[in-house]
Ligand binder design. Structure first.
Ligand code: FE2
Length: 205
């Protein structure tokens, strides 16, 4: 059976500085994400060998946790980009277009959207993810959160933000709000726009 592998980062480890440090990115990618990949492969191999329903049921939690961890982190790296404000890329800039229009229409303004996203994500108790997703049938945007490594299933994810302590603690310590403020400078809105277009291309908007 096919093995999952750690995807390459689409930029160098220090490319998101000063907003996300090289140390965080290296550990997050090489250690944390790699661990989800390894454990997902192990769980899938065990599942393939399992011969009873009880054995398969016993593997569900590991499949969900590590499978979610792999899915979420693979998206997270693409959701980030070197920042425009540092002259390194286009991170943090949302161009005029369909996604910006949808955000403005849904939330009143881009600033309102950022505020609502931050409030929802800060409200996560323990570890989890903050999401901007789109319903592919209606084109409706939603801000939502998931716990632990649960992937977003209620809509198609456009932007996911990791709010596990391993994503920010080495730089921002316990101050999640500062991490969530900084992350806007490195959100890859070009990727989000691409995902929005793909998700809604068949939608009745
Ligand atoms: Fe993470």
């Amino acid at each position: 059976m096919s093995q999952h592998t750690l995807p390459e980062l689409p930029y160098p480890y220090d490319a998101l500085e000063p907003f996300i440090s090289r140390q965080i990115m290296e550990l997050h990618h090489k250690k944390h994400h790699q661990t989800y990949v390894n454990a997902l492969n192990a769980a899938e191999q065990a599942y393939a060998k399992a011969s009873t329903p009880k054995e398969r049921i016993a593997l569900q939690a590991a499949l969900k946790f590590n499978g979610g961890g792999h899915i979420n982190h693979s998206l997270f790296w693409k959701n980030l980009a070197p920042s425009k404000s540092e002259g390194k890329g286009n991170g943090g800039v949302i161009a005029d277009g369909a996604l910006k229009n949808a955000i403005t229409q849904t939330f009143g303004s881009f600033e309102n959207f950022q505020q609502q996203f931050t409030t929802a994500t800060l409200g996560i108790q323990g570890s989890g993810w903050g999401w901007l997703g789109v319903d592919p049938k209606t084109g409706r945007l939603e801000i939502t959160t998931t716990a632990n490594q649960d992937p977003l299933l209620t809509s198609v994810p456009l932007v996911g933000v990791d709010i596990w302590e391993h994503a920010f603690y080495l730089q921002y310590l316990n101050v999640k709000a500062d991490y969530l403020k900084a992350i806007w400078s490195v959100i890859n809105w070009e990727e989000a726009e691409k995902r929005f277009t793909e998700a809604t291309s068949g939608a009745r908007l």
